[in-house]
Design a protein around this ligand. Structure first.
Ligand code: KIV
Length: 260
């Protein structure tokens, strides 16, 4: 097990694990100073590429963004999402996880659970590639958004799923939009850390999509906190630039590369 993974495991019950998504080097560089985990999420499908869901983002696109993100990271754990269709069976999953690992130099891959992926997680971890699981609302497999674990059957199934993911060898697990009680029980039962998104503060850590907290994406459900409105700040700067170009105020002599 790598030192970086050990460090994440040791945080359980000691200090909260801070995680965010990044799709490019410049963002990753800033996040790296404040995060424990940086995820190249398949959420880039919606956030960057304007797709209606995450289903069509390709393995190659995720790899290219991860190569960029890697360049901005010094200390955080880099986790790369395996896109839908890239882990249909254990052999294909192992082949693609290895490809991601070799091309991006990441520390781990993340796999969404459909309650059947335990053998896949086992196969990848056997190949010495750390896996982060992901249960609850898993956008690759579920069409309609809903909070998971509200009734007894769902609650029991989520607990079982989380335990099987741990048993299969995952080093951590994302709990997306599960009830606070489900998050609490799973976090107490598992030895591996739980990372919550819309799943209460009972989790060992939190993850959000960076573009959401920066006010760039326009996606602000109740579980997202918008820490700044970058849209307005960027708009102001671009407006000023546009005005200065039109009024011949930019470039000035000092911006010339040669002469005058
Ligand atoms: O793709 C993603 O960004 C994710 C996080 C929201 C957990 O899976």
């Amino acid at each position: 097990m790598s030192k970086k993974i050990k460090k994440i495991l040791l945080k359980k019950k000691r200090s909260k694990i801070v995680s965010l998504t990044a799709y490019s080097k410049n963002f990753a560089k800033i996040l790296d100073r404040h995060c424990d985990i940086i995820l190249v999420g398949d959420s880039m499908a919606n956030v960057l590429y304007g797709m209606k869901n995450t289903h069509k983002i390709t393995l190659n696109t995720i790899i290219q963004h991860s190569i960029s993100v890697r360049k901005g990271i010094n200390k955080s754990l880099l986790v790369v999402d395996m896109p839908k269709g890239s882990y249909r069976n254990p052999l294909q999953a192992k082949k693609n996880a290895k490809l991601i690992f070799e091309k991006t130099n990441c520390d781990a891959v993340k796999i969404e659970s459909n309650n059947k992926n335990f053998k896949i997680i086992r196969e990848i971890t056997r190949a010495k590639i750390p896996v982060m699981g992901h249960i609850g609302f898993t956008p690759q497999f579920k069409k309609k958004f809903k909070v998971e674990g509200k009734n007894k059957r769902e609650f029991k199934n989520l607990i079982k799923e989380a335990m099987l993911i741990e048993k299969a060898g995952a080093f951590s697990i994302v709990l997306e939009c599960v009830t606070p009680n489900t998050a609490k029980i799973i976090t107490n039962l598992l030895k591996i850390p739980t990372i919550g998104i819309g799943s209460s503060s009972y989790c060992d850590g939190q993850i959000l999509v960076t573009d959401d907290i920066l006010g760039l994406s326009g996606f602000y459900p109740k579980f997202v906190k918008k820490y700044v409105n970058l849209n307005t700040i960027i708009e102001k700067a671009v407006k000023k630039y546009s005005k200065e170009v039109k009024n011949k105020l930019f470039p000035k002599n000092k911006n010339f590369l040669y002469g005058k």
